[in-house]
Design a protein around this ligand. Structure first.
Ligand SMILES: [Zn+2]
Length: 504
């Protein structure tokens, strides 16, 4: 009798264990799919060899200060480094000589806010768009692996990997969030200490505060990152106010939008009826907020273009999808429920129950004011001399990796930056922030470069006129860049379940 009871108990125990493991695997697999991990990898011809010595002649080179072009220049590159710059360099020992044809040479562009998730093909999209470095803002071990592969010769931008956001949840929520969103859940001081030290040892380049980080955990992360001299960046937690930010070690805010949210909390929460009062409040507070941001040496990332699309994505999605290069977006992500882009999956779309009477008008008013508040703060930051980095939140709807940086640069120019300032926000400013020897065309610096047909200092939209990209010791001419793009389009098309022809 007794042995039977024991056998049954063991059987029940084993079944429970098996079904838990099965559920775990099922959920994990669904997560991999929703973040683009099942999409076919782009098939490309064997990667071009890394070029040894290259002499690029007949180009206009962006000055070190980034505000003028030096005409009639040549530049010698070797093994991914800039060796020499001058007006009359001539070939000496078997370099490849390339004629720049009077084009404009700028440093490779840097997107300071991207989400690669599990979408490896995006690495090619960045290169094809002249983006030679990105800051991953939800870094996992997968991204550290890609970073290593790129350093040893795979095609892709240099990766600066911020560990997935530090966030506080109760135990049950924490298990779920860890499994589905891969956030780093921390509840106590000792959790924070353990997490930060082990992720730092694993190779992550910095740490990100989530909106859902408790105030004590935020303060602990601030203390630990300061002690370990590692960047602490990201959101302003909902539990924190500006006082807490000024007292922290946080050196970057991942969106201008974060300041809109903090001022909204100070204001007491605006709605579609009191947008004018809210905007007046933002106007009153903006100069002081900007001055303190500057005083505390805090850098702000833009993501202006994304926030400008919120009202339209919520109320009238189709034209927004038509306006972007949807065929390059990983279909797993666009079709998935986590960060979906399409009607039915779009992450910003409202539940049907919210769509009562004048919902379109109300939501348009609310989100337009949100973008206006962002604009007021952005201008105040520029006036106060705050460093603003170009970032796009690539891979959240409708930010197409690589392409979105050009939209962001244009948005920054339209919102008040000069073309030279916009260019700096995507070259020298982020390179300095990340401690990279890149972002300027200077002897000894990384030869990550983009050759443009048109002058971006006249109008930043010239950033799209890409003739050639130098990245990580390789060079790609226009037809090779087009091949990269084609290979991603083909892989995406083969993995797509939902037709997107209607959005062309
Ligand atoms: Zn983001």
């Amino acid at each position: 009798m007794k042995t039977w009871i024991i056998r049954i108990a063991i059987a029940i125990f084993c079944l429970t264990l098996l079904s838990a493991a099965g559920t775990y695997l099922f959920v994990r697999d669904a997560v991999v799919e929703m973040f683009g991990g099942h999409t076919e990898l782009a098939k490309r011809a064997a990667p071009e060899d890394r070029t040894g010595r290259v002499l690029l002649t007949n180009v206009n080179i962006l000055s070190e200060a980034g505000d003028a072009f030096l005409s009639g220049q040549s530049i010698l590159l070797e093994d991914g480094k800039i060796i020499q710059i001058g007006p009359d360099l001539s070939a000496t020992s078997g370099e490849d000589v390339l004629d720049g044809d009077g084009g404009y040479l700028i440093p490779g562009l840097i997107d300071s806010h991207v989400h690669l998730w599990k979408s490896r093909n995006d690495l090619l999209l960045f290169i094809a768009n002249g983006v030679t470095a990105v800051r991953e803002m939800h870094g996992t071990n997968l991204h550290l692996k890609w970073k290593d592969e790129i350093e040893s010769g795979a095609i892709g931008p240099d990766l600066f990997v911020i560990a997935a956001q530090l966030a506080t949840y109760n135990f049950a929520e924490g298990v779920w969030v860890d499994m589905t969103a891969e956030r780093n859940v921390v509840r106590s001081d000792s959790d924070v200490r353990r997490t930060v030290s082990s992720l730092l040892a694993a190779g992550f380049d910095g740490f990100k505060a989530s909106s859902f980080l408790s105030l004590p955990a935020y303060q602990a992360a601030s203390r630990d990152t300061a002690e370990l001299s590692t960047p602490f960046v990201g959101h302003i937690p909902i539990a924190a106010g500006l006082k807490d930010l000024w007292a922290s070690n946080q050196s970057e805010i991942a969106h201008v939008e974060e300041f809109v949210k903090v001022l909204d909390r100070e204001f007491g929460g605006y709605n579609s009826k009191n947008t004018e009062d809210f905007l007046n409040y933002v106007r009153e507070r903006s100069a002081d907020v900007a001055a303190k941001t500057r005083e505390n040496d805090i850098v702000v990332t833009g993501t202006l273009a994304l926030i400008d699309t919120f009202a339209a994505q919520i109320t009238d999605l189709e034209p927004e999808l038509k306006a972007v290069e949807l065929e390059y977006v990983n279909p797993g992500i666009a079709e998935g429920q986590a960060m979906g882009w399409l009607p039915g999956t779009n992450r910003y779309s409202l539940p049907e129950s919210y769509k009562t009477d004048d919902w379109k008008e109300r939501y348009t008013r609310y989100w337009t004011a949100y973008a206006q508040a962002q604009d007021i703060l952005y201008k105040a930051f520029l006036e106060a001399g705050v460093t603003v980095l170009a970032g796009t939140d690539a891979n959240v709807p409708v930010m197409v990796p690589g392409f979105s940086l050009h939209d962001e640069l244009l948005a920054m120019q339209q919102a008040g930056m000069s073309p030279a300032e916009a260019l700096k926000s995507a070259t020298s400013a982020p390179a300095d922030f990340m401690g990279m020897t890149a972002g300027r065309i200077v002897e000894g610096y990384d030869a990550n470069l983009v050759l443009l047909r048109e002058n971006p200092l006249n109008d930043i939209s010239a950033s799209e006129s890409i003739e050639r990209v130098f990245a990580n010791g390789r060079t790609f001419d226009r037809s090779q860049l087009d091949d990269l793009l084609q290979s991603v389009r083909t892989a995406n098309a083969a993995s797509r379940k939902q037709d997107i022809a209607q959005f062309r």
